[in-house]
Design a protein around this ligand. Structure first.
Ligand code: DX5
Ligand code: ZN
Length: 224
């Protein structure tokens, strides 16, 4: 059985209390912090930036899972990789840059784990010449940009196909699922081959009194 990790989507936390959120997530056993960077062009939303990541990285020892939902990430990967380390992941979308193979290679050269983020309608073929050289695939189960959306079940077939291909050429590849991940959708995602669950408003960010530890353990137990 694969080791299932929970990646808490910090953009779904209280933006006025991110420090408190990180402390609570650390105490609650979050495996990763999902950090959404959105440029308002690649997705119709503007989320957290480089300075925020720098401050958060200083605040917690939990590794980061940084999702660059932005055009031309190649302009910024050096800045991101200066902040991140070998325990962190940096995801880019194939549609967001011209030379994705080079960008991923550069991320790895700078000592950060490289990921490819696939929109719901992006075919797994986009990975064909990349899958052997990356550490993780971020399989979006909603269109990126906003929390609180509905799970797109057609993505399950894609996740299964990616896992099967990875078993042939890159068995250690992680597959993260991101969007409306909760006790109703986790079992199918795990069965399809996912092993990192992005936790947002559908699962743990349920207000100040939410018991993140219990809710994340519930997510992991859905995977059993
Ligand atoms: C979507 C974001 C995620 C996630 C939020 O672009 O990357 O943070 O959807 O979680 P949910 O879908 O549970 O609100
Ligand atoms: Zn995300």
């Amino acid at each position: 059985m694969r080791d299932i990790k929970v990646s808490a989507s910090i953009m779904c936390g209280n933006p006025l209390k991110f420090g408190w959120e990180l402390e609570k997530l650390e105490k609650s056993g979050a495996d990763l912090i999902h950090f959404d960077v959105m440029d308002g062009h690649y997705v119709e939303n503007i989320a957290m930036g480089i300075y925020m990541l720098e401050q958060m990285k200083k605040k917690t020892s939990i590794p980061f899972d940084v999702h660059l939902a932005m055009f031309n990430p190649e302009k910024y990967i050096e800045k991101f990789c200066d902040i991140l380390d070998e325990n962190d992941y940096l995801h880019i979308h194939p549609e967001s840059t011209i030379h994705i193979h080079r960008v991923l290679r550069d991320i790895k050269k700078m000592g950060v784990k490289a990921g490819v983020a696939l929109n719901p309608a992006t075919n797994e073929d986009a990975l064909e010449y990349l899958i052997e050289d990356i550490d993780i695939v971020l399989a979006m189960t909603v269109s990126p940009g906003f929390a609180g959306q509905k799970f797109i079940k057609q993505t399950l077939g894609k996740i299964k196909a990616i896992r099967e291909r990875a078993n042939e050429v890159n068995p250690d590849l992680l597959i993260a699922v991101d969007g409306n991940i909760n006790k109703n959708t986790i079992p199918d995602c795990i069965k399809a081959g996912a092993d990192v669950l992005v936790a947002g408003t559908s699962s743990i960010f349920k207000g100040e009194d939410a018991d993140y530890k219990a809710l994340m353990n519930e997510m992991r137990s859905c995977a059993d």
